[in-house]
Design a protein around this ligand. Structure first.
Ligand code: FUB
Length: 307
């Protein structure tokens, strides 16, 4: 075994050779990483940027990647393609930031897309696909979720078994999820209403630590998206705004989008930058760095590791 350096962390590796530097997926563009620990491994569900020769996002499908050392990553291939989803407008290529969660042996994959108006749905909707493994393939439900209009779905199951769905659409929203994980069962609530209102807010990610619920999200403060957070003693708030835990990217990438996960005794922040596409920030790459808390539960700022 030998000591290697990945994303600013010294780790002991039993494999050789290893190349674990950011960005950690090097053979394709990836963005919006949701990291989850399933079956003792780290699974990362990003969105998949491709270059369609336009000046906007082009995202048609999803891959999932897994690792048990955060150094060597396995690409499990396409787990869902827009052509498989009946209600999606496939001309829009808008399979944006997804999430995945497990409940009672079923894996639920949540994804946003633009609806094809010919199917009777309209605008940005959220779909759910299911599988009995974390690496799919996932089978989509025939219709998008009812009562949810927006992007960037995120799910959370509390200790008491109650599940929640979070998403963005002119602010950050949340609702209770039915235990079937397919329908919301409470009126959507705006969660960031009393937070600073300047700049776009999107990409919510909820986690719990020591009884505190952390609502984290990207927010434009000056020029690009910083990562900010708010805390509460309940998954639907009210949330007290706490501030920035990753500064705006100094150059290059207007978006950031993240998830926070605890794995083998360490907290990690997964996020993205446009490392491999410096002139076009709609072709992004996912990264990981360690994240630390202060004794009072506040999140220490994470400095992106660029190599
Ligand atoms: O990847 C497309 C969009 O860009 C996501 O949905 C947003 O969160 C931003 O990262």
């Amino acid at each position: 075994s030998k000591i290697v350096f990945i994303a600013g962390i010294l780790i002991l590796s039993t494999t050789s050779p290893v190349t674990g530097q950011n960005p950690f997926i090097k053979d394709q563009f990836t963005a919006d990483p949701t990291a989850r620990v399933f079956e003792g491994k780290m699974y990362v569900y990003p969105s998949h940027d491709v270059d369609c020769g336009t000046d906007w996002f082009c995202m048609k499908d999803y891959h999932v990647f897994s690792s048990d050392d955060l150094v060597n990553w396995t690409d499990h291939g396409v787990i869902l393609h827009q052509n498989e989803v009946a209600w999606v407008d496939t001309n829009a290529n808008a399979m944006w930031a997804p999430d995945a969660i497990e409940r009672e042996g079923t894996y639920y994959f949540y994804f946003p897309a633009i609806a094809d108006t010919n199917t009777g749905f309209r605008g940005r909707k959220i779909g759910v696909a299911t599988s009995n493994t974390p690496y799919g393939p996932f089978s989509p439900e025939a219709e998008p979720m009812e009562g949810v209009d927006g992007i960037d779905p995120n799910t959370f199951i509390d200790e008491d078994g109650q599940a929640y769905l979070y998403w963005s659409g002119r602010g950050i929203w949340g609702s209770e999820l039915n235990s079937n994980m397919l329908q919301i069962e409470s009126e959507p609530e705006r969660l960031d209403e009393h937070h600073p209102q300047s700049g776009l807010r999107e990409g919510p990610f909820m986690f719990e630590r020591n009884g505190t619920y952390y609502l984290t999200y990207p927010r434009v403060i000056e020029n690009t998206e910083a990562l900010v957070y708010a805390t509460s003693d309940h998954p639907l708030g009210p949330f007290d705004y706490q501030g920035v835990f990753m500064d705006e990217h100094e150059s290059g990438c207007w978006t950031n989008h993240h998830s926070i996960v605890h794995y083998e005794g360490q907290w990690y922040l997964f996020y993205h930058h446009n490392d491999y596409s410096p002139d076009f920030d709609k072709n992004r790459s996912i990264r990981v760095d360690s994240l630390f808390f202060n004794p009072d539960g506040s999140i220490q700022k994470v400095e992106p590791t660029f190599r």
